[in-house]
Design a protein around this ligand. Sequence first.
Ligand code: IPE
Ligand code: IPE
Ligand code: MG
Length: 234
Amino acid sequence: MGISEPPRHVAIIMDGNGRWAQARGQLRPFGHQAGVKAVRRIVGAARDLGIEVLTLFAFSQENWKRPPLEVRMLMELLLTVLERELPDLHRNGIRLRVIGEHSGFSDKLRQRIAEAERHTAGNTTMTLVVAVGYGGQWDIVQAAQKVAASGREISAAALEAELATAEWPAPELLIRTGGESRISNFMLWQLAYTELYFTELLWPDADAPLLREALDWYASRERRFGGVPAAAGS
Ligand code: IPE
Ligand code: IPE
Ligand code: MG
C-alpha cells in the first residue's frame, strides 16, 4: 500500500496571514509580508525535494472583495516581490508562470508579470505557478468559451486543453494552511482526484517540515480513481 512516486505537481492554498498578524497584535499587511518569506522557504524546499510544478494560490477572484487598502497592498507586494525575487528564481533554474484573470491589474503589474515569465521561460529545474486573480469557476468558463469560439465540440479533453493549467499534470497533492477545510474556488476541475492535506499551521509559519509532512502523508495514501485496490482487482 501507499504511493511510491512523489507528486509531480503540488498546489498550495496559502491561508492564515491575517490571523497570524492579528495574533501578534499587528495589522493584516504584516502577515502578508511574513507570508512572502514563507513563499521563499517553501519554493526552496519544493525545489530541493524535486517537485516539478509548485502552484501557489496567492489571490482569489473573491479576494477583490477585501477592503481597497488591503487589495492595493497585496498588488504592490506582488509587484515588489516579482522584481526582488526574480534574480534568485532565475539563478535557481525556476520557471515562473502567473495564471488568473488579470484584466483588473495595472498595466505596470501586467508588464512585470510578462517580463518575469519571459525572463525565466527557459528554466527547467521547477515551474512555479502563481495563481493571482484566479478562480476555479473562471478557469472552466474561460476554457469553455475558447472551445466554443473555435467551433470544437465541448469535451473533457477539449476543456482541459484550454484550462490555465493545461501545460501541467493535475496536482496530485493539495495543501491548505490556515485551518479551513475548503477549496475556496481554487482549481475546481483539476482537483477532481487530488489528495487534500489540511493543516492548522498559519501560512507565515510554513517551512520545509510542512512540505515534508505533507509528502509523507501523501506517500501513505492509496489512490484508486474510482477503481478497486490493485490487489483486490481480480
Ligand atoms: C491568505 O491569508 C492570503 C490571501 C488570501 C491573500 P488571509 O489574508 O486570508 O489570512 P486569514 O485567513 O484572514 O488569516
Ligand atoms: C483562499 O483564502 C484564497 C487564497 C489563499 C489566495 P481566503 O482566505 O480568501 O478563503 P476563505 O474566504 O476563507 O474561503
Ligand atoms: Mg483567509
